[in-house]
Design a protein around this ligand. Structure first.
Ligand code: SAM
Ligand code: SF4
Length: 328
C-alpha cells in the first residue's frame, strides 16, 4: 500500500494524458501556447495503462484523467475503454474544457466514467472568448446541458480571476438552484507559464466565501468527504451545491490522498513540487512491475507534508509552469 511518513494513504491518481490543448486560457498558458513536447516524449497509452494497473495493485482506486485537454489526444476513448477492464478502479473521472466532447457523452456513460469536471469560468460568451482566447462558448455550454441530461456526475470548475469573473460568482450559485450540479470555485494559482499575475486583489477562500455570504443568507455547510479538495455548501432548497477549492492557500494538505503523473511521465507527490521522478525513462529502460512498485512505495513515503514545503524544496523556485503540463 502507498502510505507516506505522515500516515496519509494514497488512493487517487491524477494523470495528464497530454500536454496539448485546444484552448488558451489566460490563467493557464500564454496566448501562443506552451512549448509542447515531441510526441515520443509523451507516455504512450500502453505505458499509462501499465502505470495505472501497477498503482491500482497498490491501492489506488480512483483516477482522474486530465491534461492539457484529454479529448484532443487521439484514441482517448479507446484508452478509456481499456481502463474499464481494470476492476480495481472504483472511479474514473475526467477534467475537460468540454469544447469538443458533447458527441462522446453517450460513450462515456457506457464506459466506466463516473464524473466529469467541466471547466467553465463564465456564463457570458464574450467573456469566455476573452478568457480562453477561443470562441467556443456555445459548444461548451451545450456540453454542460447534455451532461445534465446524462447519468454522469457533473462538477463545474470556475477559476476565480480578479477583475475578470468575480462578478459572476452569484450567477454560478444561481445555476445550482434548479440544476443537479456542483459548482466549485478555485483559487487562481501562478501555474500559467509566467508566474504570479499582477493584481490589486487576492481572491482566496475567505474572500470568495464572504462574497457569497453577502448575497446568500441561507448557506448550509455540507459534510466534507475525507480528502475532499473543496469545502462544500448548498443554499437552502437549492437542487445543486457549491464548493470552494483553496488550491493556493493550501489548507487541505493534511488529508491529501493524491499523486500526479504528467504527460511526460514525471511523478509528482504534490502539485507544488517540480516532479520527483521520471517514470517514462524508468519504464523505457525495462523496469519490471516489482521495481515499479518499489519505486512508488519509496517515492510516496517522501511526500512532503504540505504544498508550502513542496514549493520550498524546489530547485527552480519560480512556480510558473503551465497547469496544462502538470495536469490540473
Ligand atoms: N483542459 C482541461 C480543463 O480545462 O478542464 C483539463 C486540464 S486543466 C489544466 C484542469 C483544471 O485546472 C481546470 O479546471 C482549470 O481551470 C484549472 N487551472 C488551470 N490553470 C489554473 C491556474 N493557474 N489556477 C487555478 N486553476 C487552474
Ligand atoms: Fe487548456 Fe484546460 Fe489550460 Fe484552459 S485550463 S488552456 S482548457 S488545459
Amino acid at each position: 500500500m502507498l502510505t507516506d511518513k505522515f500516515g496519509r494513504h494514497i488512493s487517487y491518481l491524477r494523470l495528464a494524458v497530454t500536454d496539448r490543448c485546444n484552448l488558451r486560457c489566460q490563467y493557464c498558458m500564454p496566448a501562443h501556447g506552451i512549448d509542447i513536447v515531441d510526441r515520443a516524449e509523451l507516455l504512450t497509452y500502453k505505458e499509462m495503462y501499465r502505470i495505472i494497473r501497477v498503482l491500482s495493485e497498490l491501492g489506488v482506486n480512483k483516477v482522474r484523467l486530465t491534461g492539457g485537454e484529454p479529448f484532443v489526444r487521439k484514441n482517448f476513448i479507446n484508452f478509456l475503454e481499456s481502463l474499464s477492464f481494470n476492476d480495481k478502479l472504483k472511479q474514473v473521472n475526467i477534467t475537460t474544457n468540454g469544447a469538443s466532447i458533447s458527441k462522446y457523452i453517450p460513450k462515456l456513460e457506457e464506459l466506466r466514467v463516473n464524473a466529469i469536471n467541466l471547466s467553465l469560468d463564465t456564463l457570458r460568451s464574450d467573456r469566455f472568448k476573452l478568457i480562453t482566447r477561443r470562441d467556443v462558448f456555445d459548444e461548451t455550454f451545450q456540453t454542460l446541458e447534455k451532461l445534465l441530461l446524462s447519468s454522469l456526475t457533473l462538477k463545474v470548475n470556475v477559476v476565480v480571476q480578479p477583475g475578470v469573473n468575480t462578478d459572476e460568482i452569484s450567477d454560478f450559485i444561481n445555476l445550482t438552484k434548479n440544476k443537479n450540479l456542483v459548482v466549485r470555485f478555485i483559487e487562481e494559482m501562478p501555474f500559467n507559464g509566467k508566474g504570479l499575475r499582477q493584481t490589486d486583489e487576492i481572491w482566496n477562500y475567505n474572500k470568495i466565501y464572504s462574497e457569497i455570504e453577502k448575497e446568500f443568507k441561507n448557506i448550509i455547510p455540507l459534510k466534507n468527504k475525507k480528502s475532499s479538495t473543496s469545502k462544500n455548501f448548498t443554499i437552502e432548497n437549492y437542487k445543486g451545491s457549491f464548493g470552494i477549492i483553496p488550491a493556493f492557500t493550501r489548507s487541505i494538505c493534511n488529508d491529501c490522498n493524491r499523486i500526479r503523473i504528467t504527460a511526460t511521465g514525471m511523478f509528482k507527490n504534490c502539485l507544488f513540487d517540480e516532479g520527483v521522478f521520471n517514470l517514462r525513462d524508468f519504464i523505457r529502460k525495462g523496469a519490471n512491475d516489482d521495481e515499479l512498485k518499489q519505486l512508488f512505495i519509496n517515492t510516496v513515503h517522501n511526500k512532503p507534508e504540505n504544498g508550502f514545503i513542496a514549493e520550498a524544496n524546489r530547485k527552480n523556485k519560480n512556480v510558473s509552469e503551465s497547469m496544462s503540463t502538470i495536469g490540473g
